[in-house]
Design a protein around this ligand. Sequence first.
Ligand code: HEM
Length: 366
Amino acid sequence: MSRIEPTIDIRVTEWIEQLSERFGKTGVVFDLADWLGYFAYDMIAELAFGEPLGFVTRGVDVNQLIKKFHDMAPFAGFVAALPWIAKIFTSNPLGRYIFMPKPGDNTGTGQIMAYRDHLLKDRFENPMEGVHNDVLQSLLCATHKDGTKITMDEVKAESFVLMVAATDTVSAFMNPMIIFVLLNQEVYRKLMAEITEFETTGKLSPGVPTYQELQDMPYFQACVKETLRHSPSAPTILPRIVSEGGEELNGMYAPAGAEVAANAWVTNRHPEVYGKDSMEWRPERWLDCDEQHSKMMERFLHTFGYGQRSCLGKHMAKMETQKICMQFFRAFIPSFTNLERPFVTENWSMQIYWDVLMTIKPRVKE
Ligand code: HEM
């Protein structure tokens, strides 16, 4: 993880500079959700394909990529939650031809596939061996356990998963983290007091703080955990098939082959674990309890999935999202422009946010 920290710091700094120039100095209203999306998409483009796509420097949805992802989200969510229905339509060549998206077709998925293929073609035409140090290069050099080389279809599938897994999930954490802190003025006051104390005592680096420094801030971490709990990025069922021998689940027997699933939005609100007020966003729940209870609440958090197929990008996600939120609060004093409707959000199997309209002023450090 320490290898990618400097790359993350460069992108965080660039994002703050752009916001400062475009909105901090001018007072122009902007949509925070758009800008958090620009950051998330540039970040994964750099780590996966070697360079950012220019969302942040240009301040636009490059090639309407974010829109295309959002067009694809309902279909992707449906297939992820109910794979057996999708199988009915796709288990024969004709069904696959009719129902499965293809690179370049008019669906959001087809458009993303075409974009991925364009990036792969570009890499093949300009390999510059030894220069690239990104996920794509690692995939292209990867081999199976038996030593055979990974196929091009596998490279395509893996890079597609990465593009889907590491973009809107990240936005869907950063949006509610900033929104809920700002909507709860007492929380905002406590968080800013902690930030100021850490700055004045030299416990936060002046540029982008290190990830380790952020772990030492108890109130900030309580806000992070409460957002992960209350607003999971993928509030949907993530099915698993019970393996040979069946499984005893909470007093009920699930036979081999049965499909079982849990939705993080539900499990993260279990009142016996998180309290009777589990519907509320309240960071204090992580501080007002003993260490044992806090560890138990953390253990049951389902936001990154569970077990062998849980999120592979969890640590990177935590690093980039915590850094961006912290730097946003350190650099600016934000105000919503419409307090009656400060944001809009919908669950498309991925939680999507928009219309987070605000102005920002530079924060003068105490
Ligand atoms: C806050 C941000 C993120 C959240 C909440 C999140 C959440 C999830 C969830 C719920 C799953 C499915 C787990 C399951 O089925 O049990 C998943 C899978 C995955 N995530 Fe993330 N994710 C985030 C960011 C990222 C990032 C930044 C990356 C890549 C750098 C990433 C890479 C992956 C991959 C590759 C998988 C598939 C794992 C597999 O099938 O074995 N995720 N993520």
